[in-house]
Design a protein around this ligand. Structure first.
Ligand code: KL2
Length: 574
C-alpha cells in the first residue's frame, strides 16, 4: 500500500515532554516529523479506535507499587517454594511457569501446539495462517485453572476452547498502566567534563526492546487471549496504539520482535521512517510471517553494517527451527568523531520450553556473530547492547550463561535450560558438546576456521576428558554482559513481569549491555574499561503481576502487546 506515502503532515511543535528525554531533546531538539497517529487516521474508517489524549507519560508519576513485601530479604522470584513459604502469593503465582498442560507436548522435540483462532483481521475461526507450519488442535476441555487466577472469568461470557468470545463488542475500560522512569545516573561515576585538551562529550542514547505480538501469532494462539475483550485484539486497534507508544518513548534505537512482514512493509516501516528512523528487518526463515527489526534515529547514528543471523541449518537436526537474530554496527553521530562504534543485537529465541538445547545453540550462533561484528582492529570488543525475547526466565541456566560468560552443563536436562517450566517432563540431558562441530562454532562461541587435524585431535581429547569427568563440559563466550533490569521491583521486591497473558506472567525479555567500570549497577566481573563500556543512566520501570491485574493483564485497551517494552538510557564515553 502506498496510500500513506502521499500524505504529508507536519507535527505541530513536538514537545520533548518525557522526563527521560529532557536533556537530549532540549539540547538536540527534534525535527518536524509527521504525526503518525493523525497520519493513520487516513487509513482507517471512522469507528475504529483512535487515541488523541495527551500522552500519559507526560505527568510525573511516582513509584507505583500496590503490594509491599513483608520481608527484608529479597525472595528469589523464580524459586517457587520460597514464594509459597512467604504466604503472600496467589495460586496463580505458584503455578506460574506450569502454563502448558501435560499431554499437549508429549514429545520434547515437538513444538507446543498452536490453537484454533478467530482472527480479528479477516480470517475465520479455525482457518490457518498460510504461514503456520503446524497446527495441533487444542485439547477440548483445557482448564483455565492453569492461567493466572485473576484472569479467570474476566470475560463473563462462557467461551468454547479455541474461540474468542463473540461479545462484548465494546472495549472494556481499564486504567492505564503506570510506569515511572528510574534515574540511575547517581550510580554512575559519570563525568561530563571535557577530557584532555580536545573537547569530548559523552554520548547518551536510549534503547528499547519490545515484542509487539504479531497478529498472526495472536490468531494462532487465540486461547492465550480469551481474557481480552475482542476489540482490543483487532490489528486496527493495536497498530495505532503500538506506533503511538513507540513515538512517545522516542527511543534512539529500537529492537522489535514479532514484527509481521506484511505489517512491517506496509505500515510499520513507513511510520517509523516518517519519525526519522532508519529500519532494518530480518524475517524468520521458512514460511514464518514475522521477524526481528532494529531501527535507529538517523540523526543520532549511521549504519556501518547489518548482519542478519539465521539459526536454521540444513543437515543439522538441532538447528531445524526458523528463529533469527539481527546484528547492527552503528556509528554515533558526534561532532568530534571521538566515539567508538556500538554493536546492537536483537533476537527472538525459540519458544518451546522443553528445547533448551536448541535455544543454547541459537544463542551460541548469535554470540559468535556479535563477537565477529563487534571486534575492533586491536582485538578488543566495542560496546554491545543485546536485546530480545529469549524465552528464558532470569536465573535460568541460559540467562546465567549470558551474564556469567560461562555455563557448566553437565547432566543438565534440556527442559531446565530456560526455566519456563518448573517441572519439565522431558528428561533428556544436554549432549556433549551441545552443538556439533560441523556448525563451525567453537565452545567459546567463536567462528572456527576450517579445522586442521591437530584441532580435531585437541577437541576430541577435550570431549573425552569431559566425558571421563576430568573436566566439566561447558560453553563460554567472550562478551562481558550485564542486564539493564534487576528482575525485582525496587519497592515491593516482587518479580518484574515482561510478558503476560492468560497462561503466564514472567520475564523473558532483556536488554544486556557491556557495562563500563564505574557503572555501579553492573557486577564488578561484568564491567570493562570506560573506553569500551556503557553506563546505565536509567530505565523505564517494569511492573509486577499486581499492577497488571489492575489493567486486566495483556493485551488490554492501552497496551497492545502481550509484552511490555523495556526502555533504557546509556552513556557512551569518548
Ligand atoms: O513466549 V513468545 O510467544 O516470546 O511471546 O514466543 C513465541 C510464543 C511466539 C513465536 O513462536 O509465539 C508464541 N503456546 C504459547 N505461545 C506460543 C506457542 C504455544 N504453544 N507457540 C508459539 N507461541
Amino acid at each position: 500500500m502506498s496510500r500513506n506515502t502521499h500524505v504529508k503532515y507536519v507535527r505541530p511543535a513536538v514537545t520533548p515532554n518525557h522526563p527521560m528525554f529532557g536533556r537530549y531533546l532540549s539540547t538536540v531538539g527534534s525535527p518536524p516529523a509527521q504525526t503518525v497517529v493523525s497520519h493513520y487516521r487516513h487509513w482507517f474508517q471512522p469507528g475504529h479506535l483512535y487515541w488523541t489524549r495527551p500522552p500519559h507519560l507526560q505527568h510525573p508519576s511516582p513509584s507505583f507499587s500496590t503490594v509491599r513485601h513483608p520481608f527484608n530479604k529479597p525472595l528469589d522470584p523464580y524459586n517457587w517454594s520460597s514464594w509459597r513459604q512467604s504466604g503472600i502469593l496467589t495460586h496463580a503465582y505458584l503455578r506460574r511457569g506450569l502454563h502448558l498442560s501435560g499431554g499437549l507436548m508429549d514429545r520434547p522435540d515437538r513444538e507446543p501446539p498452536l490453537k484454533k483462532r478467530k482472527c480479528a483481521e479477516g480470517r475465520s475461526p479455525g482457518e490457518r495462517s498460510p504461514h503456520s507450519s503446524e497446527h495441533l488442535s487444542p485439547k477440548g476441555n483445557r482448564s483455565s485453572r492453569e492461567s493466572p487466577e485473576w484472569l479467570w472469568n474476566v470475560t463473563d461470557v462462557p467461551v468454547p476452547p479455541g474461540k474468542f468470545p463473540s461479545s462484548p463488542k465494546r472495549t472494556v475500560e481499564v486504567p492505564e498502566l503506570k510506569r515511572h522512569w528510574e534515574d540511575l545516573s547517581h550510580l554512575c561515576n559519570a563525568t561530563t567534563a571535557a577530557r584532555g585538551g580536545r573537547q569530548k562529550w559523552p554520548f547518551d542514547f536510549s534503547v528499547m526492546s519490545y515484542n509487539i505480538l504479531s497478529q498472526d501469532l495472536l490468531c494462532d494462539n487465540g486461547y492465550l487471549y480469551r481474557h481480552c475483550s475482542p476489540p482490543v485484539l483487532d490489528w486496527h486497534h493495536r497498530f495505532p496504539n503500538i506506533i503511538r507508544e513507540l513515538e512517545q518513548h522516542s527511543a534512539d534505537v529500537m529492537c522489535l520482535q514479532e514484527v509481521q512482514e506484511d505489517h512491517y512493509k506496509e505500515q510499520i516501516k513507513p511510520s517509523l521512517e516518517s519519525l526519522g528512523y532508519h529500519c532494518e528487518y530480518k524475517r524468520r526463515t521458512g514460511l514464518k510471517p514475522d521477524g526481528c527489526a532494529v531501527v535507529f534515529k538517523r540523526e543520532r547514528f549511521t549504519l556501518v553494517s547489518c548482519h542478519p543471523v539465521e539459526y536454521f541449518r540444513r543437515g543439522i537436526p538441532l538447528l531445524d527451527r526458523d528463529n533469527v537474530g539481527l546484528v547492527l554496527l552503528l556509528r554515533p553521530i558526534d561532532p568530534y568523531s571521538s566515539l567508538t562504534n556500538i554493536c546492537i543485537a536483537n533476537t527472538h529465541l525459540l519458544y518451546n520450553p522443553r528445547r533448551g538445547d536448541i535455544k543454547l545453540a541459537q544463542l551460541g550462533m548469535l554470540l559468535a556473530e556479535i563477537s565477529r561484528v563487534a571486534q575492533l582492529p586491536d582485538g578488543s570488543i566495542c560496546p554491545v547492547v543485546l536485546c530480545g525475547d529469549f524465552n528464558s526466565v532470569p536465573w535460568s541456566p541460559l540467562y546465567r550463561f549470558i551474564k556469567e560468560s560461562r555455563l557448566e552443563y553437565d547432566c543438565m536436562p534440556i527442559g531446565k535450560v530456560s526455566g519456563q517450566e518448573d517441572n519439565p517432563r522431558g528428561q533428556r540431558i544436554l549432549t556433549v558438546p551441545i552443538w556439533p562441530r560441523s556448525l563451525g562454532i567453537s565452545q567459546q562461541c567463536q567462528y572456527e576456521s576450517p579445522c586442521r587435524d591437530s584441532d580435531v585431535r585437541d577437541l576430541e581429547q577435550a570431549a573425552e576428558a569431559a566425558l571421563d569427568g576430568l573436566t566439566k563440559p561447558s560453553i563460554e563466550h567472550g562478551l562481558k554482559l550485564t542486564s539493564a533490569y534487576s528482575h525485582y521491583l525496587k519497592e515491593s521486591r516482587q518479580p518484574e513481569i515482561t510478558t503476560c497473558h492468560s497462561r503466564t506472567a514472567i520475564t523473558v525479555d532483556y536488554i544486556f549491555y557491556s557495562a563500563a567500570q564505574g557503572d555501579l549497577t553492573a557486577q564488578p566481573e561484568c564491567s570493562v574499561s570506560p573506553e569500551r563500556g556503557l553506563q546505565l543512566l536509567g530505565r523505564l520501570a517494569l511492573v509486577g503481576e499486581a499492577e497488571l491485574q489492575e489493567v486486566n493483564g495483556l493485551p488490554n485497551q492501552h497496551n497492545s502487546s502481550d509484552h511490555l517494552p523495556l526502555l533504557t538510557r546509556f552513556r557512551l564515553h569518548p
